[in-house]
Design a protein around this ligand. Sequence first.
Ligand SMILES: Cc1cc2nc3c(=O)[nH]c(=O)nc-3n(C[C@H](O)[C@H](O)[C@H](O)COP(=O)(O)OP(=O)(O)OC[C@H]3O[C@@H](n4cnc5c(N)ncnc54)[C@H](O)[C@@H]3O)c2cc1C
Length: 440
Amino acid sequence: MAREHLPGRGLRRPLALLLLLVRPNPRWPHRFSRQPAILDYIRGVVDTYDLRRHLRLDTEVLGASYDDRTGRWTVELNDAEPIEVDVLVPAVGQLSRPAYADIPGRDSFAGQSFHSAEWEHDVDLAGKRVAVIGTGASAVQFVPHVREEAAHLTLFQRSAPYVIPRFDREFSPTHHKVFEKVPATELAERGTWYGVVEGLSVAWVYSKPLARVLKQVSRFHMRRQTKAKPGLFEKVWPDYPIGCKRILFANDYLPALAQPNVDVVTDAITAITPTGVTTADGTEHEVDVLIWGTGFKATEFLAPMTITGPGGRRLADEWATGAHAYYGMTVPGFPNLLMMYGPNTNTGGGSIIYFLEAQAAHLGDYVTRLAETGAPLQVRAAVEQAYDDRVQKELRGSVWSQCASWYRQADGRITTNWPWLGVQYHRQARFDADDYESVL
Ligand SMILES: Cc1cc2nc3c(=O)[nH]c(=O)nc-3n(C[C@H](O)[C@H](O)[C@H](O)COP(=O)(O)OP(=O)(O)OC[C@H]3O[C@@H](n4cnc5c(N)ncnc54)[C@H](O)[C@@H]3O)c2cc1C
C-alpha cells in the first residue's frame, strides 16, 4: 500500500474532533433531556467544531469493498459516485433498522400505518382509533403521547416489560449557573446517574440479591401506577426473570394505560386485516391507524450493506453463525475497518455512549498506529477468537439467556450484549498494538 494513502496528519484531525464530542453540557434542561434538546446539543457540537463540511446527509451507504492493491476501501453510495477511504468506520447503530412482527396479512391494513422509527408526522391521530403493537423501550416513550391525542388506543402486548421509576428532574437557571461555574458539580450529577444505571448491570451480572431488590422496586412502582384500573397490574406484570429483557425507566407509561381510552390486549395477534387486528380469541379490533413499536433488527449487524474484504471475502459469510468482533470493533481478515456499537457492545443497564467513547479512543490509537506502520492493520485471528470465546462463555450463563429478546439470534446466541460492566469495557477495550498485525 502506497504510503500517501495512509491516514496521517490529515485524518487525525477529524478523529481529534470526534473525541471532543465527549463534551459536557452544563445546560441540559432535564436530567433525561427530550429529543429537541438532544438534537440542539448535537447541532451545537457540529457547529462548534465545524463538522458540517465532513457530513453527507441523506446519503445511504450500500456497501464497501477492499482493494487488495491499494489497501483502501471503496464505499458505494445510493446517490453519488463511490468514494475511496483509508479507514472504514461503520457506526450504523444496533437499533437503527426497523423490525416488524411477522404476522399474516401484515401489509393488508388499509388505514395509515408506520413504524415508530419512521414516524409519519403528517398523520393526525386526533379523534382516531389507534393500535400500537409492541411494549418495549420505544412504546413506553410514545404511548403516553399517542394516548393523549387519540380517541382510543389499543395496545397489543406480547410480553410485558419491567418498569422502574425514572428519577427525572428539570434543571433550573440556578443549576445551570452552578454547573457552569463549578464543572465538578455537573460531573458529579452525571456520574451519580451513570452509577445508578450501571448498577443495573451490577445486578444482572454479579448480584442476584440486588436483582431481587430491583424486582421489588418495580413491583411497587407498577402496582402503584396501575391501581386506578382493576386487572391492569396482572396484565402488565412480567413473567420472566428481571433483567432478561431491557428494564424500562418510565413514570407516564403505566398511568397512560390506566386511562379509560386505553385497552391492553394480551391475546396473541393472529392476523392484520384491512380494518384492524385480529387476536387469538377471535376478536377483530377495528382501528384507523396502526403503529408498529416492534423494535429493531439488532442482531443483523451492518445489514443490508455488503462489506467485501481482501480476496473477495464477505463479512456476511464470516458472520454466518453470528456477528463477532474484537471488543465489537475489529474483525480478523478485514483490515482498516473498525465498527462503533458493533457486536457485544450493548449493555443491559448502563450507557451506550460510554461504550462509544471507549471505541472512539480505540479508533484514535488504531489510526495513529496505522500511520506509524504504514501498512493496513487487522486484529490477530487468535486474539479475536480467544476474546469471543470468553464473551460467549460468559453470556451462555447470563440472565439474557433465560428468555427470548432482541439481544439474541434465532439460535439463541447473544450477539448484542457485553456480558460485564461498562467500566470493565472501558478498561479492557483500550488499544494494544500487540493485538494487531500489519498486512503487508
Ligand atoms: C427506544 C430506544 C431506547 C434506548 N435507550 C437507551 C438508553 O436508555 N441508554 C442508552 O445508552 N442507549 C439507549 N438506546 C440505544 C441507542 O441506540 C444508542 O445509545 C445510540 O443511539 C447509539 O448511537 P449510534 O450513533 O451508535 O447509533 P444510532 O443512533 O442508531 O445511529 C446510527 C445512524 O446510522 C444510520 N445508518 C444506518 N445504516 C446506514 C447506511 N447503510 N448508510 C448510512 N447511514 C446509515 C442510521 O440512519 C442512524 O442515523 C436506545 C435505543 C432505542 C431505540
